[in-house]
Design a protein around this ligand. Structure first.
Ligand code: NAD
Length: 485
């Protein structure tokens, strides 16, 4: 292997790599070959204890720094990430199997954006002054304390930074548990933060499965939990956090609608549908996997989509020419193949794809079903793979009702040349993030998060500050205290 994927140790605690081989071994598998490329160990109770104790110890001194000082460190870490983009992108590709063509522009780069953005915002955080006649109140914007981040496997660098950067900017300490499927990238984020000057104990990484996550969530010293994961996991983590009345951010799954009206620019609509279904081999939470296409243009849309999918370059994800890589794991590919079989059983028309690719690794063809109806499993459940369901519609009211008829509410998109309709539809979508004539953009400046079962809270933007800080009101009396006795 031309690149050393084995980390120095499994965990990063109190500013240094830490190992404890008593923890359950976790093999890291390169999705493009199915071969083991590294091994880490799940955190033992002793490791969890060290991480929480070090975070707790470090947090108050960090919070006592000025926002400018905290922000400077985050911005330095952003510069380091950008300077090392190539190596970090290669590691992200080993961890997830996503093509280098994607990781080199979407992962460390978006992590660096978050560090830079929240680094800049740190110095602007203030409370306010409220005059009450002679007397007054001022508010202090204070950190929450120790924040636990728990990640999914699709964007390991980005998720660590989207949680870490706003938390640190507000003066919190962080313990991040990556997905057990992709444990490598977050360790590099921790390394770079320390190199940029972050004091020890403020960004810790511990490995493990759900029980390690649960041990962190249920510890009384933890003040906030931010999870990126599926709705079933979200239900468990939210309930466990509720027991301790902890703050939460829940970034969960979706089954988002993408509506293509008859007046849409077909080329752009097809492009949006490709981005919203096949980027990262379809393993993106906000994907628009229910594509409602107006009956008048359905066949033209499907013909152009099939043609453009023929241009996907499937192969070694390290080859910069490759635009479509493997799925993250054998397990995930099996889940998706199962859904494809269900789609066929339920009578959907397989337009293209549908099979595993005949090569080593966990490759699956980009797959499109047409003539999908609302009650089919492939139209109701999150598949989390490269499977697009195309549904027909005829009028706006009908399609809006059907688009919103789901427990999920992460994202939604519309393609039309009619601007009034576009904004009307965006207003009617029951979703946290909507797109007009585009799909899946996620700039750090804009809030990102879900409605309904897709989540609670927002990541990115100034909105994230509300979820990593709290206000304290201080009443100041200038005249005498008027007591009844
Ligand atoms: P998952 O729910 O299986 O696991 C997510 C994380 O939770 C993992 O780190 C896992 O170890 C941990 N976990 C599991 N049980 C736990 C418990 N009881 N207590 C604490 N932690 C626990 O999700 P996944 O398969 O890793 O990722 C795919 C899912 O993530 C999809 O549903 C996808 O839509 C969602 N996702 C959402 C967003 C978003 O921003 N909304 C982004 C990416 C992925």
């Amino acid at each position: 292997m031309p690149y050393d994927t084995q980390p120095a140790a499994s965990h990063f605690i109190d500013g240094a790599y830490v190992e404890d081989r008593d923890g359950t071994p976790i093999d890291v598998i390169y999705p493009a070959t199915g071969k083991v490329i590294a091994r880490v160990h799940a955190a033992t109770p002793a490791i969890v204890e060290r991480a929480i104790a070090s975070a707790k110890r470090a947090q108050s001194d960090w919070a006592a720094l000025s926002g400018t000082e905290r922000g400077r460190i985050l911005r330095r870490a952003a510069d380091l990430m950008r300077a090392r983009n190539h190596d970090l992108s290669v590691l992200e590709t080993y961890d997830t199997g996503k093509p280098y063509q994607e990781t080199s522009v979407a992962d460390a780069t978006s992590g660096a954006d978050a560090l830079e953005y929240f680094g800049g915002l740190a110095a602007t955080l203030t409370g306010e002054h409220i005059q009450l006649g002679e007397n007054w109140v001022y508010t202090r914007r204070e950190p929450l304390g120790v924040c636990v981040g728990i990640g999914a496997w699709n964007y390991p660098t980005q998720i660590a930074c989207w949680k870490g950067a706003p938390a640190l900017a507000c003066g919190n300490a962080v313990i991040f548990k990556p997905s057990e499927t992709t444990p490598l990238c977050a360790l590099k984020v921790a390394e770079m933060l320390v190199e940029a000057g972050l004091p020890a104990g403020l960004f810790n990484v511990v490995q493990g499965m759900g029980e390690v996550g649960n041990a962190l969530v249920t510890d009384s010293r933890v003040d906030k939990v931010s999870l990126t994961g599926s709705v079933p996991t979200g239900r468990k983590v939210y309930a466990a956090a509720a027991e301790g009345i902890k703050h939460v951010t829940m970034e969960l799954g979706g089954k988002s609608p993408l509506i293509v009206f008859e007046d849409a620019d077909i080329e752009n609509a097809v492009g949006g549908a490709i981005l919203g279904n096949f980027y990262s081999s379809g393993q993106v939470c906000s994907n628009g996997t229910r594509v409602f296409v107006h009956r008048a243009i359905k066949e033209a849309f499907l013909a152009r989509l099939t043609e453009r999918l023929g241009n996907a370059v499937i192969g070694d994800p390290m080859d910069p020419a490759v635009s479509f890589g493997p799925m993250v794991s054998q397990r995930q590919r099996d889940i998706v193949l199962d859904y494809i079989a269900k789609g066929q059983e339920e009578g959907a028309r397989l337009v293209t794809g549908g099979k595993a690719v005949d090569r080593e690794g966990f490759y699956l063809e980009p797959t499109v079903f047409a003539d999908v109806t609302d009650d089919m499993k492939i139209a109701r459940e999150e598949i989390f793979g490269p499977v697009m369901a195309v549904l027909d519609f005829e009028d706006e009211d009908e399609v809006m009702a059907r688009a919103n008829d789901t427990e999920f509410g992460l994202a939604a998109g519309v393609f039309t040349r009619d601007l009034a309709r576009a904004h009307r539809v965006a207003a009617r979508f029951e979703a946290g993030t909507c797109y007009i004539n585009t799909y899946n953009d996620a700039p750090v400046e804009a809030p990102f998060g879900g409605a309904k079962s897709s989540g609670v809270g927002r990541e990115n933007s100034k909105a994230a500050i509300e979820h990593y800080s709290q206000l304290k009101s201080v009443f100041v009396r200038m005249d005498d205290v008027d007591a009844p006795f």
